[in-house]
Structures are given as C-alpha cells and as structure tokens.
Design a protein around this ligand. Sequence first.
Ligand code: SAM
Length: 392
Amino acid sequence: MPAPLDLAPVTVTPSTGDLWRDAFRRQIERLYASPTLYRWSLANPLTRWVTRRRTERLFDLMAGFVHSQVLLGCVRLDLFRLLHQAPADLDTIARRVALPAPPLQRLLLSAVSLGLLEHRSQGRFGLGALGVPLATHPGIAQMIEHNQLLYEDMRDPLAFLQNAWQGRMAAYWPYAHDPQAAEHHAQDTFRRYTELMAASQGFVVQEILSSYPFAEHRCVLDVGAGKGRFASALARQVPHLRLQLFDLSPVLALAREAVGPELHDRLQFHPGSFLHDPLPAGADLITLVRVAHDHPDEVLRALLRKVHDALPLGGALLLAEPMAQPDGEPGAPSDAYFHFYLLAMGAGRLRTPDELRQLMEQAGFSHVELVPNAMPIHTRILIGRKSRCLPL
Ligand SMILES: C[S@@+](CC[C@H](N)C(=O)[O-])C[C@H]1O[C@@H](n2cnc3c(N)ncnc32)[C@H](O)[C@@H]1O
C-alpha cells in the first residue's frame, strides 16, 4: 500500500465576508429546493433561462459518460480525419468505416448534438467546431484513447476511492509510486508514457513559449524533460540559449533519439532521478513542466529545494502545469478530471496557484507570480526568483 495521500490545505478561520457568503448561499440553496419557486421561475420569461441552464447542466453531468464514449467511438472510427475538408453522406461513411447505417447514424447525430460534427448540404456530415482540432492535432485523439484507462479504473467510483493506486492508470505511471522505477521497469513502460506526453505537450509548449521572455536567460534546465519536445522548441525559438535536459535514464534515452541532430551541440542530457541525484549546475532558469502535480508535497518540497540550490542568485524557476481553481471562484469542470486523473496515477495532486506559490516560497523563492497566459486549461505558469541563499 502506498504512503497516505496529502490533503489540500483548508482555511478554517472564516472572515466576516465568508460568513456573509455562507448566509447568502444558504438562502440560494433554500430557493433552489422550493418547488413553487421552480414553477414560478419557469413561468417567468426573465428567469426561465437560469432554471433551464441549471437543469441542462445537471443532465449533462448525468450523461457525460455517453458523451465521452461518443467521442471515443468517433476517434476509433477515425471520423474526424475522414471528414476533414471532405464531408460525406451516411452511406459513404458507412462503407468507409464498415458499420451498418442505422447505428452509425445514431453515432453521427449524437456527434452533431455535441458540436463534434455538423450537418452539411445534401445530407452530408462535416466537422463541427469541436471536431476540427481532433482532425488536426493527433495528440488529442491519443489522450482520448488513453483516458479509457481512467474510465475503466473509475467504473465503480467508490471501489476506486478505496483502491485508487491499484488500477491500470497507476501501472501506466511507474515513477508515481515507485521511487526506483527506472531500475524496476522495462523500457517499454517508459516509452509508452513518454510518447503520450510528447504527443500531448504541443498546446502546453505553445502557451509557455508565448507567455514568458526566455531570451533574458543564457541556459535553461528542463527537469522532467520527457522526450525533449519543450527543450527543442525553446532552443529553436531562442537561438542563443543552451539547454539541459534532466529525466530518468530510460526517458532520456528516448529524448536523445528524438531530438533533431541540428540541436545536439546545444542540448545536454543529464540522466538521473531528482529523488536521489543532484541537479546539474549551470542553468539560470529551471523549468518544471507538468512535473510537480505528479508528486506528493514531501517530494515536491525536496525537489523545489534542489532546484533552488542548483540556481545562481538572480536565477528563476518556471513551474507550468494545470492548476486548481482557487477557493471561492466558480468551479472549473476540468478540475474534476485532473483530481481523479492524478489520484488514479499515484500520490500527486492538483494544487491551486496559491498552494504552489507557498511551496515555492518555503523553498526559498521570492517574487513568485502567476504569468498570465491565454489558455489556462492547458497550463498555468508560475515564475519565482532566487534572490538570496538559504542558511544551510
Ligand atoms: C508528466 S511527465 C511530463 C513530461 C514533460 N515535461 C511534458 O510536459 O510533457 C513527468 C516527467 O517527469 C519525469 N520524472 C518523474 N519522476 C522523476 C524523477 N524522480 N527524476 C527525474 N524525472 C522524473 C518522468 O519520467 C516524466 O518524463
């Protein structure tokens, strides 16, 4: 059995504002529970849309598993690539995917209702707004296929909550619960997750590169570098930068194969585990991209201290990953996905920007701030500076 999971910190001393908010929410809850008010709000054209919207959202939650399986069905039939710039009618699609027309029509109509496909002239189906990225970014289809592991693990949600670390997702990510993973597992285990990460990293890389001025640095160390997709893109964008890649040795073997030969003299590979090995010196910026959330607080604290030690004064840490909505802000449904994904994976968790800021400050970083970026669902970005050395 793995070590006990961390708890997210909870604020226990309410402010006067919190007490007012509680009273307001109690009132709202009472109104939501009232059948009279429900009937009144539907009869009134000014309030009807609010009640409708709430009912539709609840229905969507109930039906969400069907939505994901419609999506998976379309991915497995390769419908998005098939219909990209080439709308087709039901019979043509049925012949191409070798399915009988009647059930296939249900799938296509469901995909239309979800915005994945849309009706075109002469009874044809084309891509809807949500289908286009699926045709043009293969990494999304790979993540959808991969999510089947989580879907199977969560089939019985209460059994999952008792034994989350025993599912197929946990086996997929060996380092998340085995500190000696690099010694205990076959190369194929590392290849599987490293390729998935590289395929799904495109949007994250784009967000980071367009949000932070890397040109002010000389040398960047990417810790948990995976196949080197971020480091390679950064090297191409900022030609004067030197890059160091640190990851478990089976993963860096894959990075060496993947990195373009034109970058080889600017990239250095440092195999090791940040649990047991020191980080290489020399970088004035260290990046942790989708690394912190895989690990419990104790491991993350030690890693952040190592990062701080490895930097010169004036150096910086850039931490990028999906982060939880801060308390008190309206919930983002993507948080539910990441909470369960990380639970199934091992011992890490989704943290708010504030929790990560505090962990960075405890490790010695100052001036820790969120760097605004356009698409927070892919990643949020924190930057912190090393402005003093910690006492030994
Ligand atoms: C979720 S992946 C993210 C990879 C890449 N940064 C990205 O965003 O696609 C986490 C990475 O951290 C690496 N990692 C996990 N534990 C590690 C450890 N103890 N030492 C070094 N790297 C580790 C994994 O091998 C993996 O490549």
